[in-house]
Design a protein around this ligand. Sequence first.
Ligand code: GDP
Ligand code: ZN
Length: 343
Amino acid sequence: MEQAVKGRILSTTNNLSKVLCADGSVLICGIKGKRIKSLEGHYNALAAGDRVVVRPTEGGRGLVVELEPRRNSFGRYNEKGRADQAIAANIDRVICVSSPSLPPFRPRFVDRLAVMSESASVPFAIVLNKIDLGIAPETESRLADYEALGYQVLRTSVRTGEGLESLASLIRKGSSVLAGQSGVGKSSLLNALFPGLEQRTQAVSEKYERGKHTTTLAEAVLANDETMVIDTPGIRRLALRNIEPSSLSGLFPEFALYAQDCPFGGNCSHVNEEGCGVRAAAEEGQIHADRYESYLRIYEELFAPPAWKKAGSRDPGRRQRALLPGRKKLGKVRDPFDLDEEY
Ligand code: GDP
Ligand code: ZN
């Protein structure tokens, strides 16, 4: 039997993972015994960026025999599998790629990713690509707000080359997760930064997946000792369910100052309590009204799982929601988790 070696997960599909081994080889691996104890109850056991020990078998294949403890993990709730799902592990930053138009800038999507990064305790950055198309004053003002919150904002254009060097130096060290709605230019950016990437990725997929077109949730498009870049082509939905509602306000960094004024201290939901400092700050403009609206929507979602509703079974959020009187009904929201929906 071959010697076990250390490796890093590049991507995972259907319980088969692509693993970059210490010697530079890439193996397609299943999991020994089909499950990893520490990840029981999770949807999709392994995530891009996981550090593992594999035992090579034959023909470019192997078995994951051990998962090293994760430094952190970035994830969402999988509606279909009804479980937490890690998208990437051991990461150093999350980068939201957006555009000023085509498609339009969507702060609510930015907020959702920011919350996920805060929840994983990793730095969050926003890339506004396609700046050659011009930036509307409202978008500039939102970006200034995000900068004031401590989030790094980079402006790039694949067309003119502007900002590409700054982005390259941001992702040079450590592991970065890139997420964005389709059409913002994420693939164009990756190809501009790493010429030949598209072809390489395709070649690897064809070799190991025999031309089968499976979209992986997340895949490392670049991995070496210094840099790991994880693209998320398969993320179309960003359900947040794995957050304790009472800790959600802590994931909006600007709320803390005003939450001190709330009458119930840490027990304030900031939704409809009399004298809530956060809501007052939103009404007076110290907190951006739209950020507060993002908070309300996510908060409501944490209590309102549509998957349960659709399945027609018991809705565990029913009673808690009844405690939220006075919250105006949201407008028509077709699918609040879908990244490509207008929300
Ligand atoms: P993805 O879905 O985020 O991977 O987006 P793509 O990389 O496929 O790009 C979507 C479209 O936007 C393509 O037609 C690109 O040529 C275009 N695009 C990408 N970057 C820029 C840019 O900086 N400026 C402009 N004007 N168009 C861009
Ligand atoms: Zn409050």
